[in-house]
Write a protein that binds this ligand. Structure first.
Ligand code: PMP
Length: 388
């Protein structure tokens, strides 16, 4: 259908035909034998995709915010101290959620476009006695990639539990949950996991489960309480049916289809593809003279790119790009909201999507009278993709 627009926002993203077909399968009982198998396989594949072989996976109906809520409500007891490594909008949200369950929250903030490094974290940890450190792998409001491997190692060495919000990274940006000492890796379905919105996915390490089991106070969130969900996850993985809240049957079918595709591609190949496409996209943007929000390439996410509008161009550019057939997202970070826009390139994204998007940006800029450096973005991205 020629009038169809290419969806290049940082979630939801475009989904594969196999995933969309699975959504349309006739809905069955949540305790039907094939559904039990399907759910059980999803739990097993989640461990593989998260690279968390010893972790307990949870797959629950809810959005990414619910996944954050589930991590915080189960791990925090009133009076615990939590440190948020904050790279933007979703760090603020995590701080609010941790505070809601009684944590005393501090933020380790970096200027917009930057991220705290290991020395900054070490200094903050030396100054306070925290039980939990959270960080956002890719902050969707800035496009900043946090070095979660390095930071989690420092936090863990200081005796903290580590929580990574992977909503805009998981299954796209390299994340080796177990090897990198991440106690809770949380995400949602609608981004690089490749499934329509509606699923929260988490893995809890043995240390995270131990913290939960040692609680003195009950979990203040009934729906999120692991006591309610652990028996369900264990039952499905042991190929038995169980009920706490009705699972979203068709979303689980779709998740099964997507996790299979992700594992068929292979995690290393998938991380490398996201990295290659993002580099090509950034090469194209730079050739057009567009400046990115992350301070440099080492801080630029493989799953989305945040770009400042050129001089004399405003948010109407997004509508212009839309008119050229590609849907992109406007700014989100309150301090620079009107100054930049965001392009998601994750999940089932390919080379043609990158080139189409850069082409649409070039045409939209030209339509706004900004001819300087346009018409060079697609070419630069092609060079990056071809490797010449
Ligand atoms: N964390 C990050 C990094 C996100 O990008 C998002 C969604 N954009 C969320 C959390 C919240 O997810 P949801 O919108 O599914 O609640």
């Amino acid at each position: 259908m020629k009038s169809r627009k290419l969806l290049m926002i940082p979630g939801p993203v475009e989904f594969t035909p196999e995933v969309l077909n699975a959504m349309g399968e006739p809905t069955t009982s949540h305790i039907a034998p094939d559904f039990i198998d399907c759910f059980g396989e999803c739990l097993e594949m989640t461990r593989e995709v998260f690279l968390a072989p010893s972790a307990q996976p949870f797959i629950v109906a809810g959005t990414g915010t619910f996944a954050m809520d589930m991590a915080a409500s189960n791990l925090i007891e009133p009076g615990d101290r939590a440190l948020v490594v904050n790279t933007g909008y979703f760090g603020d949200r995590m701080g609010d959620i941790l505070g809601r369950y009684g944590a005393e929250v501090d933020h380790l903030r970096a200027p917009i476009g930057d991220a705290a490094g290991v020395d900054d974290l070490q200094e903050a940890l030396d100054a306070g006695s925290y039980t939990l450190v959270s960080m956002t792998h890719v902050d969707t409001s800035t496009g900043v990639l946090t070095d979660v491997g390095a930071l989690a190692a420092v936090a863990k060495a200081a005796g903290c539990l580590t929580v990574v919000d992977g909503v805009c990274g998981t299954a796209g940006a390299e994340c080796r949950t177990e090897e990198w000492d991440i106690d809770v890796h949380l995400t949602a379905s609608q981004k690089a996991v490749g499934v329509p919105p509606g699923l929260a996915l988490l893995t809890f390490s043995p240390d995270a489960m131990a913290k939960f089991e040692g609680r003195d106070s009950p979990v203040a969130n009934y729906y999120a309480d692991i006591d309610n969900w652990l028996p369900i996850m264990q039952a499905y993985e042991n190929r038995g049916g169980a009920y706490f809240g009705t699972p979203p049957v068709n979303l689980i079918y779709a998740l099964n289809a997507s996790l299979r595709q992700i594992l068929a591609e292979g995690m290393d190949a998938r991380f490398a593809r996201h990295d290659r496409l993002a580099r090509a996209f950034r090469a194209g943007a730079a050739a057009m003279g567009l400046e990115m929000v992350p301070r440099d390439d080492s801080l630029a996410a493989p799953t989305l790119t945040a770009l400042y509008y050129p001089e004399n161009i405003d948010a109407s550019l997004c509508a212009g790009i839309g008119a050229e057939g590609v849907i992109v997202a406007a700014g989100l970070h309150a301090e620079i909201k009107e100054e930049y826009f965001r392009i998601g390139h994750m999940g089932d994204c390919n080379e043609s999507d990158i080139l189409s998007t850069l082409g649409a940006v070039e045409r939209a800029l030209a339509a706004e009278g900004h001819t300087c450096s346009t018409r060079s973005g697609v070419q630069a991205a092609q060079h990056a993709l071809i490797g010449d």
